[in-house]
Design a protein around this ligand. Structure first.
Ligand code: G6P
Ligand code: G6P
Ligand code: BGC
Ligand code: BGC
Length: 922
């Protein structure tokens, strides 16, 4: 008899143990979870895998944690956890640094959570209205931070469209809609008060910010509550779904979705599947359903039902309460696990659940709860280990010390959850020391801090005007296709007269082929320096180039005076050069790099269409610059062979780079001005006769937009720059992009920000108001990653302002936005040229080299990388090598001259033989 009872008990015990064994994860299994989480984190960050990643890694548009200088009075909403709160948060900075909060909790009835979107947002606004009445604040238009604890795809700090509802919410017509717009609309519908909605914030981000206000090491936010989620500060360079490489941005991982692609099926149990099937979002948030408060009770209930059905519990009787979904709240789980004495536990169970349990039953129930919550804590720990390891690797550290700000009822109320979580992280991420700090004040405080920062940098400044300087890839692709159409318009004979992008034939028909040789003079006029060079190309075994260079001044009064004086000056410098280099008596062929738009009908003719950049000498537009230069040289009595070729700097650059890389078929300049040339098929160049082979086209892309084509992306600053320029209405693309204008753009923005009190405490100095005082080279200095901020301080001090640390950060931010816009625009137009080349060649992938020159590209610390990255993103079907021209356009011009000279020589001998005369272009 005794044996039978014992056996029955033993068998019962074994069956319970076997059931719960599925919840016990060993170290190896947890390591696998950690590693899979890491894979999904990376997939979520990468552009190509983002859409299929189960961990969405949503950019939060929060660029830094608080630094204690935040201040002001804010309204905050906190929706999505157990409670819906409306708060006023008053933040003081300085020695009286403090945060005071007043809040009221409101209920969100079940039928509203799952009603229509309009009802939900009307209800929220009703609660705000009540709160404002209660606080006597109806008439103050406060800035609002909105903690919205659901996955949102953000495109800015105040824009976020709901990806999908989670937890207990399921209101209709909200998914894929912007929650800020929905809130604004509801405020309008009520028409009682107005609010300035500045930021929408996930609760993890709010929690991280709340904790970071006290502890600057806090760079991770964890919620273990109704839902489960983590955010952390990621390096911008790793977030491929957002433009920009500099600094950091908070990423809301939405790790609750982990496993949606089936990658953790091996550890999910049948109980997890039952909970999932009975949920509002079946198939979704699989990790969340194993780890968060909303579901742990449900898992326990499913196990209890199973054990009861098998006669192992409650004498096999399934009571009504046990059948009720949601009855087993997570707080019961916490309570049950906290009860030590079986007696109190039975009482509690009977009381809470009317489950009619016995002593054995209550022990089993406690074990079930323990198994479920223990697994939840371990899984969160494994996920956290993946995050901290990623941060450690990002920073290249042997050891990382970091703080996690945590909130959520599960973490706060459960007796063992936090300990198991910490133990697991310690075990699985041994190279990281991770401290967990409980957020005492909820996410509302963090949302207010974010609002304070956003209003300072974004709400005021970036929001209104800087924001429109950041382009999405969609916009860039649109600009790319507009430019592609412009290219085609310029190439066709019918439409060329009205095209802004002139697509000028250059009569250069191939890149250097290695046979060029000779002794040449190259003039190089139009960039930041006027150079004269002697270029010797020799051929002993290997082609080698020797160059001697002099730089000459081009004073303002000369470039703005008469054309005759300008060319006299050039001729004078040439005479000086020949004297200095003792070649006065040599008749060397001359190549003339002239970096302005010229119409050519042959290599040695260039009719200046219009001056650009700093030049404005009279009587030159419409004239052949070769003739003008010849005349000036003759006047000076310098002995020389004819000017053999006039070459745009882009063409010179392409030829210089083509000398080293035969694939080079594009030349671009990003310097004082900007422009590009590329090798086009003759059959498409309607302005030149002949269909065979290719010819280099000088696009003159600087004029893109002169017909209003770019008005939707130009800002008021661009219009100001244009009005104050030497050539208003012209070169509008160049004025958004090139070095001659970028410094001035930044200066105009800084003046506006200072006027609005967003910078320098509103102080504006005469230097700051002086045109040209902020140069493009200053942008390059300020954007240096290490000494950038101290450079900003130095440069701003020279402008007479005493910048605070915040001012320096804001100025650095402005510089980055302006220079980033430039790189993005050039990437778009260059991408259009690349697709054109690819289509011309009818190849599925284009492999090509782009030769580049120009001071902006060369000097700016981040420009090149940003440009390359953006081009690769816009045209993934092109493998592009970017080759910096080390020796300027002069070398390339000499290559062209060598060709021209050789052909002219041949023609001369033919002419001699046949009596014909003309210089055949190469
Ligand atoms: C925070 C917030 C909530 C958030 C919650 C998570 O403090 O202010 O908005 O969603 O914690 O906890 P819960 O357990 O309520 O889901
Ligand atoms: C090249 C040239 C210049 C050209 C310049 C553009 O190397 O040799 O003549 O115009 O680069 O750069 P910059 O920044 O000087 O305008
Ligand atoms: C949501 C997250 C949120 C988490 C914690 C999840 O269901 O998707 O956005 O952070 O719950 O509240
Ligand atoms: C000129 C181009 C030149 C570019 C770069 C532009 O202003 O119009 O001809 O290539 O500057 O120097």
């Amino acid at each position: 008899m005794v044996t039978a009872v014992a056996q029955r008990l033993l068998s019962q015990r074994k069956q319970v143990d076997d059931t719960l064994a599925h919840f016990s994860l060993n170290r190896d299994q947890l390591r696998v979870v950690r590693d899979k989480m890491r894979v999904e984190l990376e997939r979520g960050l990468r552009k190509d895998s983002h859409s299929s990643a189960s961990v969405k890694m949503l950019p939060a548009f929060v660029f830094q944690t608080p630094d204690g200088t935040e201040r002001g009075k804010y309204l905050a909403l906190d929706l999505g956890g157990t409670n819906f709160r409306v708060l006023v948060v008053k933040i003081r900075s300085g020695i009286r640094k403090s945060v005071r909060m007043y809040n009221k909790i409101y209920a969100i009835p079940h039928e509203i959570m799952q009603g229509t979107g309009e009802e939900l947002f009307d209800h929220i606004v009703h609660c705000i209205s009540d709160f404002l009445d209660y606080m006597g604040m109806k008439n103050t238009r406060l800035p609002l931070g909105f903690t919205f604890s659901f996955p949102c795809r953000q495109t800015g700090i105040d824009k976020g469209s709901l990806v999908s509802w989670t937890k207990g919410f399921k209101a209709t017509d909200c998914e894929d809609h912007d929650v800020v717009d929905m809130l604004r609309d509801a405020i309008k519908r009520r028409n009682e008060f107005d609010l300035d909605i500045v930021a929408v914030v996930n609760d993890t981000v709010g929690t991280m910010m709340t904790c970071a206000y006290e502890d600057s090491k806090c760079e991770i936010g964890l919620i273990a509550g109704t839902g489960s989620n983590v955010c952390y500060m990621e390096d911008m360079r790793n977030i491929e779904t957002v433009e920009g490489d500099e600094g950091q941005m908070c990423v809301n991982t939405e790790w609750g979705g982990f496993g949606e692609n089936g990658c953790i099926e091996d550890i999910r149990t049948k109980f997890d599947r039952e909970v999932d099937e009975g949920s509002l979002n079946s198939g979704k948030q699989r990790f969340e359903k194993m780890t968060s408060g909303m579901y742990l009770g449900e898992i326990v209930r499913q196990i209890l039902i199973d054990l009861t059905k098998r006669g192992l519990l409650f004498r096999g009787r399934i009571t009504e309460p046990l059948k009720t979904r949601g009855i087993f709240e997570t707080k019961f789980l916490s309570q049950i696990e906290r009860f030590i004495s079986t007696y109190t536990l039975i009482i509690a169970l009977m009381h809470l659940q009317s489950l009619g349990s016995t002593c054995d039953d209550s022990i089993i129930v406690k074990e079930v709860c323990g198994a479920v919550s223990h697994r939840a804590a371990q899984l969160c720990g494994a996920g956290m280990a993946a995050i901290v390891e990623k941060i450690r690797e990002n920073r290249g550290l042997e050891h990382l010390e970091i703080t996690v700000g945590v909130d959520g009822t599960l973490y706060k109320l459960h007796p063992h959850f936090s300990r198991v979580l910490k133990d697991t992280v310690r075990d699985l991420a041994p190279k990281c020391t991770v401290s967990f700090v409980l957020s005492e004040d909820g996410s509302g405080k963090g949302a207010a801090l974010i609002t304070a920062v956003a209003r300072r940098y974004c709400g005021g400044a970036q929001q209104q005007y800087l924001y429109s300087m950041r382009f999405s890839d969609e916009t860039l692709l649109e600009i790319m296709s507009r430019f592609r159409r412009e290219l085609e318009k310029g190439l066709s004979q019918d439409t060329n007269p009205t095209a802004t992008v002139k697509m000028l034939p250059t009569f250069v028909r191939s890149i250097p082929d290695g046979t060029e040789k000779g002794d040449f003079i190259a003039l190089d006029l139009g960039g930041s320096n006027f150079r004269i060079l002697r270029v010797k190309v020799s051929h002993e075994k290997k082609q080698t180039v020797q160059m001697e260079t002099e730089i000459y001044d081009t004073p303002e009064d000369i470039i703005h005076g008469s054309g005759t004086r300008l060319f006299d000056h050039v001729a004078e410098c040439l005479g000086d050069f020949m004297e200095k280099h003792k070649i006065k008596d040599k008749k060397l062929p001359v190549g003339f790099t002239f970096s302005f738009p010229c119409a050519q009908t042959k290599l040695d003719e260039g009719i200046l269409l219009t001056w650009t950049k700093r030049f404005k000498a009279s009587g030159v537009e419409g004239m052949d610059v070769v003739k003008l230069l010849n005349k000036a040289i003759k006047k000076r009595g310098v002995r020389f062979t004819d000017i053999m070729a006039v070459v745009n700097d882009t063409v010179g650059t392409m030829m210089t780079c083509g000398f080293d890389d035969h694939r080079c078929e594009v030349g671009i300049i990003i310097g004082t001005g900007t422009n590009a040339c590329y090798m086009e098929e003759m059959r498409h160049i309607e302005l030149v006769e002949g269909d065979e082979g290719r010819m280099c086209i000088n696009t003159e892309w600087g004029a893109f937009g002169d017909d209003g084509m770019l008005e939707d992306i130009r800002t008021d600053f661009d219009r100001d720059i244009d009005r104050g320029s030497l050539n208003p209405g012209k070169q509008l693309f160049e004025k958004m992009v090139s070095g001659m204008y970028m410094g001035e753009l930044v200066r105009l923005i800084l003046v506006k920000m200072a006027r609005e009190g967003l910078l320098f405490e509103g102080r504006i100095t005469p230097e700051l108001l002086t045109k040209g005082k902020f140069e493009t080279k200053h942008i390059s200095a300020i954007e240096k990653s290490k000494e950038g901020l101290s450079k900003a301080k130095e440069i701003l001090a020279r402008l007479g302002v005493e910048p605070s640390a915040d001012d320096c950060i804001a100025v650095q931010h402005v510089c980055a936005i302006v220079s980033f816009r430039s790189a993005s625009l050039v990437a778009a137009t260059l991408a259009a040229i690349l697709t054109r080349l690819k289509d011309n060649k009818h190849v599925p992938r284009l492999k090509t080299t782009v030769g580049i020159d120009g001071s902006l590209y060369k000097m700016h610390p981040q420009y090149a990388r940003r440009l390359h990255k953006t081009v690769r993103r816009l045209v993934p079907e092109c493998d592009v090598r970017f080759l910096l021209s080390e020796s300027g356009s002069g070398k390339g011009a000499a290559m062209v001259t060598a060709w021209a000279y050789r052909l002219a020589d041949q023609t001369r001998s033919q002419t001699f033989n046949s009596g014909m005369s003309s210089v055949t272009p190469i």
